[in-house]
Ligand binder design. Sequence first.
Ligand code: N01
Length: 548
Amino acid sequence: MLKSTKQSNQVANYDAIVIGAGFSGLYTLHRLREAGFSVRVFEAGEGVGGTWYWNRYPGARCDSESIYYNYTFSEELYKEWTWTSRYPEQPEILSYLNFVATKFDLRRDIQFKTRVTAAHYNEENNKWHVYLNDGTSVSAKYFITGVGCLSASNVPNFKGINHFKGEWYHTGHWPHEKVDFKGKRVGIIGTGSTGVQAIPVIAQEAEHLTVFQRTPQYCAPARNHPYDPEYIRQAKENFSEIKRQMRESQGGQPVIPSTKSALEVSPEERKRVYEEAWEKGGLGLFTAYYDVTINEAANETVAEFVRTKIREIVKDPKVSQNLLPSYFYGTKRPIIDTNYYETYNRENVTLVDVKKAAIEEITPQGLRTTEAEYELDTIVFATGYDGMTGPLLKIDIRGKDGVSLKEKWAGGAQTRTYLGIANAGFPNMFMITGPESPSVLSNMPVSIEQHVEWISDCIEYMREHGLETIEANVEAEEAWSKHCREVAESTLFTKTDSWYTGANIPGKPRGFLIYLGGVGAYRQKCTEIAENGYEGFALMTSFKTISL
Ligand code: N01
């Protein structure tokens, strides 16, 4: 159990404590340290990287283009690093983050192999007391979470899992050494972004791969390719413009949004546009027309286009039938793949529909559905995450009056935050890409940088104005949450059960916790709030409270 502050050997006090040494934590450390604050980062892994430290599964790569999936706070850094291909692989992203850590000498303020178990706000001394898994604790005025949105793995509670005689892995906690699939009968559960990346790679090595699919997915080819040095040179030369466009965009990439409806063009023209996007590879189908994710009929045009492609690619009609998705295109993460559908033409791959015949149990020898038993040497769980709130709720975070974040967010069937950055009742705590910010429906580094800069500017403002606490007002929080829900409900996203809505975790309160107004509009809103003296927050000096 937790030690009280008095009992623990409290040795250190900082201006800010940060959890996580991924994209968020690294930049927070750099930015706050440059501004003259003392900062300590705690990281469970043995190295930097966050998501890219843990997700070492075969085929892991990012679906944002490399030249946009990086920091832009330093032009020098942007110009020093050179990506090798269109979609970066996990080892390359991890190398990039290590390069950043070295360049800015970040490791000296990061304590690795240390998990934060609890963080409690103490109203008497206006400090966050942060408890670590080694039994020690530290304190700070500011408590900042950079825990990511997808770091709490979901391993479904299948009966018998502990009796399985083979090896099993969750993709989010992949071993550092290579997992050998040669000559093995492998089963993989899950066909989200992760499963779709891993399946073609594992299939090439395993003796046999059985894919246990609950929901078929819409995928489009990534068409990954090595970068042309001239393309990279131009990107570096146009750094400022690329940065501006990313920051002002909808999704954090320099994509000019379509102003056309999928329904205002002829079927031939639409097909031409979709074919072009398919050939180019990437997420072009998602952005081809502005109403794909808001209008059911427009959505169906893309959905049917992808289904036609699946029927063309997959040779066995029974298998291709089982691969046809039926939910609204794009309302689960649109996936880009390399040979995903093609993999089902391999002799050594079997598709099992676990919606028709549910998984009953993991047996010592493999897995049993309601219809059949499958003998397996290895099981890969590509079953996703308790997203958005999961990583935060794994930590016992308590604000004023000892109220926990868990209690606060469980109160209604909805999580409420102010801007996805702050919580009423939790003074001086900031979340990077927290629930109700654009986060996972944007290019993450862009959203992360925006939050880090907003938070560090805010902390500097506090210092300049001699302020002790900043806390979101309940009314501002309510209004922001309401706005978030209204935007989401005007789309098709809320009509699909997905991890975005919390539907993948049994018993989790449902709620769409991602702000869909776009990163440009969101940035502007956050900036205005700061410029108006942190509107919607209560700011307190040691002498008085100023409510704005
Ligand atoms: O997880 P998911 P993920 N029995 O939740 C199935 C990011 N990401 O790790 O759809 C049987 O999407 C589940 O089925 P269903 C990206 O944001 C990015 O793949 O719930 N099956 C689904 O098929 C992404 O969205 C990149 O019916 C079960 C799968 O497991 C997010 O991470 C790469 C089950 C889980 O899919 C999460 O992706 C990878 C059960 N009990 C990830 N429980 C890139 O940048 C779950 N499933 C490319």
